[in-house]
Write a protein that binds this ligand. Structure first.
Ligand SMILES: [Zn+2]
Length: 307
C-alpha cells in the first residue's frame, strides 16, 4: 500500500481550522483579524468569479459582502475577545471566512462533548480514521460512492456479523473534496474521529472497505493525542474544500455538487451535538461582565478599526 491518504498532522496547511474565539485575549486579535482578512479576500475572489455567471449573481453578491464588518466585544476584566456580530453569507463551500467560523464552532462543540464522554467512559480513546475512494472525473459520482460506502460500513457494524468498527462507541466524520495528485481527478475522502478502547485494525478496515467499494482500499487509522485532542480533531473539522489550492471554477463546481448535502455526521455517543445556531462566539458565560465594543470594517484589503 504505497499511497497514503491526505492527512496534515503538522498543520502545514495555512487554511487549517483553528480553535479561535475560545479563550483568546486582546493580544491575539491582530492575528485573528489577519486570518479573517485573508479569508475575506479569498471570498471576494470567489464572488468575482461566480458573479460573471448570470444565474449565480445572487449568491455572488452575498459572498462578496460577507464579513464586510465585524463587531467584537472585549470583556476587559477577564481579557477575552468574542466575535459578537457580522453579516455572514453562510455558504461555507464558497466562502473561506464562513468555513473558518463553521470549522471552529464544530471543533469546539465536539471537543466539549468529548470531555463529557471521557469523564464517563474513561477507557475510550480517540482515533483518527481516514477513508478514501479512488479518484475519478465525476465529482458527484465519486462523492456518492464514498457516501454509500460509509453507510454500508456502518450497516455492517449494526448487523453484528463482525466489523472493523465493532469496538467503536461513537464517531463523528466529515467529507473533504479536492483534486488528487497526478491526473487531477476528483478525490473525495472522509476523516472520522472514532472512540474505542482499542485501535481499530487498519488492515481489517482496508479489506472491508475494498469489499464494500470494489475499487478502493486506501484507509488510515492512527491514535489522537490524549493530552492535546484538538490537534487530531482539527483534521475532521477543517474546511470541506481547500480554497487556496483550487481555482474558483473548482470551488463553484464543488458547491454546485455538494450544497445542501450533509458533510458532517455522527454516530453512537457523538450523536446529538447540536448544530451551531450562528457563527458568532459563545459569550454566555461572560454575560454579566462589562465589555468594550470593537467595530472593524474591511477596507483596502484588511480589517481596520472604525468608530
Ligand atoms: Zn461567508
Amino acid at each position: 500500500m504505497a499511497e497514503k491518504p491526505d492527512i496534515d498532522p503538522k498543520r502545514e496547511n495555512p487554511e487549517q481550522v483553528e480553535l479561535d474565539g475560545v479563550s483568546e485575549g486582546i493580544e491575539a486579535l491582530p492575528g485573528r483579524l489577519n486570518r479573517y482578512g485573508k479569508a475575506k479576500k479569498g471570498a471576494i475572489d470567489v464572488a468575482e468569479y461566480i458573479g460573471t455567471i448570470q444565474e449565480h449573481q445572487g449568491i455572488a453578491r452575498r459572498v462578496q459582502s460577507c464579513g464586510d464588518y465585524l463587531v467584537f466585544r472585549h470583556y476587559f476584566t477577564v481579557d477575552q475577545v468574542k466575535l459578537h456580530g457580522a453579516q455572514l453569507c453562510m455558504a461555507h463551500l464558497l466562502c473561506p471566512l464562513c468555513a473558518i467560523r463553521r470549522g471552529s464552532k464544530a471543533l469546539k462543540a465536539y471537543l466539549d462533548r468529548w470531555e463529557v464522554i471521557r469523564a464517563e467512559k474513561t477507557s475510550l480513546r480517540p482515533f483518527l480514521v481516514t477513508l478514501t475512494v479512488k479518484d475519478g472525473p465525476d465529482l458527484e459520482e465519486r462523492f456518492k460512492h464514498l457516501h454509500k460506502g460509509q453507510r454500508e460500513l456502518w450497516m455492517r457494524k449494526h448487523r453484528g456479523r463482525g466489523s472493523p468498527l465493532d469496538g467503536v462507541a461513537g464517531a463523528v466524520w466529515s467529507y473533504e473534496i479536492k483534486r488528487g495528485k497526478g491526473l487531477g481527478l476528483w478525490h473525495p475522502h472522509l476523516h472520522m474521529i472514532a472512540l474505542a478502547e482499542n485501535q481499530p485494525d487498519q488492515q481489517q478496515l482496508a479489506a472491508e472497505w475494498h469489499n464494500i467499494t470494489g475499487d478502493s482500499f486506501i484507509v488510515d487509522v492512527r491514535p489522537i493525542s490524549q493530552e492535546d485532542p484538538a490537534e487530531g480533531f482539527m483534521e475532521v473539522f477543517k474546511y470541506a474544500v481547500k480554497f487556496s489550492d483550487q481555482p474558483p471554477a473548482d470551488t463553484l463546481q464543488a458547491w454546485l455538487t455538494l450544497k445542501g448535502k450533509r458533510l458532517l455526521a455522527s454516530a453512537g455517543c457523538f450523536r446529538g451535538v447540536p448544530e451551531p445556531e450562528d457563527l458568532m462566539d459563545d459569550a454566555t458565560a461572560l454575560a454579566d461582565l462589562p465589555f468594550a465594543t470593537l467595530f472593524y470594517r474591511f477596507m483596502q484589503g484588511r480589517y481596520a478599526l472604525t468608530n
